[in-house]
Design a binder for this molecule. Structure first.
Ligand code: B12
Ligand code: SF4
Length: 495
């Protein structure tokens, strides 16, 4: 790749969301909303290609899905990359194979375009020395992979195209030069996140998506649960926006896009120090919005006033990360909560009329027949509105210490893990790797259809995956948990 000669030309960045979406219950990519916003702020041409294809659900096989629905997405990338100085791809967990193919399509369309990949999954793998440079090794079409926050990095990459800066001077990237891979020093986090422009939803065709929007009040998490990679992504810092900034974004979404429903994506909104002021302001200004949030039980269980305010301010649903009904397992997970606190938080929220959702993990290393029975019994007693059962999926930091956790896997490649497919096709993609197994519905559906689910050589502390499937299946059946999570999005999506 070479610096383009015309230095006065307005640069063009083509952004790609590698996740497949039906659009029925999804909002547009948060990551690209933010990256797009800083590009617009810097007067750079930007266009987004997303993969919203509701018809994709009709595909009977993965190859039909690829041929009929995925190929046109790649064709569009190839075509539009011809006019792009940079093609920037966002990649979350489970989208990696498609992100690699998107990069290849872009390079096929324009061998001079700078192909850049970023996102939570890329930041996480590039964080560990064990997997360093993996993205660039997996595809020669990728020139740069980005770790951490991308708002400054993307602008510096445009500066690179303009010949104003060298790649080795850009923090937080891994790049290729004459066949060799180099990693620059980490980029420091943005200190004042109030200064980041609001996500540029104008770049998306919002008609393709459900009528709700993501907003986030903070970046990072104060806690340190073992199964979660949040600490890798955001470090130890916990940064939050001021209430006015947050409310301004909500008002902007109402006035510019007619959106009045929101999914607040903070990892735990209960930790946001201005949550009460936030609710007060929504009420005082009569915004009339509907929203849902994720909270930790320990931040909610003693706070009756807060819960009432949340309800009055339009919060329709709270999702708690419950994880287990066994205190020993909660300790092993370093969750920092107890079953008593869970009961209290759920009871209070239910009494106030929230739709209460609970997430559970089945098969965390150390799980036993006894602990899972306890969890199922506990879960039933909670009488939640929505049960989300997850087969344990190792966080990258647990995988990096797999010996310590007794995790045994078959191989160590992410190239086959395509979770970004219609649910009914996911079983077929279990081509020998742990991560395809995260889709608990798929596993259970497979068994219901009489298919045999192999153990794929994976075990956690000696527990074979087959066993974990059986436990998850039992948990789902006992709590009648099939797909009822969609209900919440339906409520948000209806205006
Ligand atoms: C919102 C969200 C979702 C939404 C996605 C919404 C959307 N359309 O964007 C939904 C609900 C769909 C979702 C689903 C999943 N998620 Co999620 N999600 C989040 C959450 C809560 C916020 C992410 C976010 O948007 N943050 C705000 C933006 C600004 O940050 P960002 O995405 O990291 O983007 C920045 C950088 O990564 C970088 N960047 C990103 N893309 C690009 C591209 C370029 C070119 C550049 C230069 C930079 C760049 O710059 C951005 C701005 O600073 C995070 C947890 C968290 N608080 O971070 C989990 C998280 C990202 N999700 C996670 C997981 C595991 C999943 C699922 C796999 C869950 C599952 N088992 O089904 C699925 C996968 C979905 C898929 N394959 O597409 C994990 C990822 C773990 C990991 N190590 O990779 C996280 C970290 C949760 C966790 N605590 O472990 N998720
Ligand atoms: S699971 Fe939730 S509370 Fe625990 S570290 Fe992750 S984001 Fe924080």
């Amino acid at each position: 790749m070479k610096n383009l000669e015309n230095k006065t030309k307005k640069r063009k960045v083509l952004l790609i969301d590698s996740a497949w979406k039906t659009g029925k219950f999804e909002a547009p990519s948060f990551s690209l909303g933010y990256i797009g916003a800083v590009l617009l702020q810097n007067d750079i041409n930007v266009e987004i290609i997303d993969f919203v294809s509701p018809e994709g659900e009709n595909a009977k096989t993965i190859s039909e899905f690829e041929r009929k629905y995925e190929q046109p997405f790649f064709d569009e990338i190839k075509q539009k990359a011809k006019h792009a100085d940079i093609v920037g791809i966002t990649c979350n967990y489970g989208c990696y194979p498609r992100a690699l193919k998107a990069a290849e399509s872009a390079k096929k369309g324009n061998k001079n375009t700078l192909v850049v990949i970023g996102g939570p999954f890329i930041s996480s793998i590039e964080h560990f020395s064990k997997w360093q440079g993996l993205t660039l090794k997996d595809s020669k079409a990728i020139d740069v992979s980005v770790r951490g926050e991308g708002e400054r990095t993307i602008i510096e990459l445009v500066d690179f195209i303009e010949g104003k800066i060298k790649l080795q001077e850009i923090k937080g990237i891994t790049y290729r030069n004459r066949g060799k891979i180099y990693k620059t020093q980490d980029r420091e986090l943005i200190e004042d996140i109030n200064k980041i422009p609001f996500p540029a939803w104008s770049l998306f065709d919002l008609k393709k998506y459900a009528k709700f929007m993501y907003v986030i009040a903070s970046r990072g998490c104060k806690y340190n649960c073992a199964f979660c990679d949040e600490k890798i992504l955001w470090g130890r810092s916990f940064r939050y926006r001021n209430v006015d900034n947050l409310i301004d974004e909500i008002k902007r979404n109402i006035s510019e896009f007619g959106i009045t429903s929101f999914s607040i994506e903070d990892s735990t909104l209960g930790a946001y120090p201005f949550i009460e002021e936030f609710c007060d302001k929504i009420i005082a200004e009569g915004l009339g919005i509907k929203w849902m949030a994720l909270c930790r039980v320990d931040e909610i269980c003693k706070k009756d006033v807060l819960l009432r305010k949340m309800k009055k301010a339009g919060c329709v649903s709270i999702e708690f990360g419950i994880e287990s009904g066994d205190n020993n397992m909660l300790n092993r997970m370093r969750k920092g909560t107890t079953t008593n606190k869970i009961k209290e938080a759920v009871k209070k929220s239910k009494n106030l009329g929230f739709i209460v959702q609970g997430s559970f993990i089945v098969g965390f290393p150390g799980e036993t027949e006894e602990s899972i029975e306890k969890t199922i019994k506990f879960a039933k007693k909670l009488k939640l509105d929505v049960y989300r059962w997850h087969i344990y999926q190792p966080s990258l930091r647990m995988l990096a210490e797999s010996d310590k956790w007794g995790i045994v896997m078959k191989d160590d490649s992410w190239r086959d893990i395509n979770l970004s497919l219609p649910n009914h096709l996911l079983t077929n993609s279990m081509s020998g790797h742990t991560f395809a197994l995260t889709e608990q519905h798929a596993a259970i559906r497979a068994e219901e259809n009489g298919e045999k689910v192999n153990d794929l050589g994976i075990s956690y502390c000696g527990i074979k995956l087959n066993r974990i499937y059986t436990w998850a299946q039992k948990a789902m059946k006992s709590t009648k948990a099939n797909n009822n999570e969609l209900m919440v999005y339906e409520i948000l999506a209806e205006n």
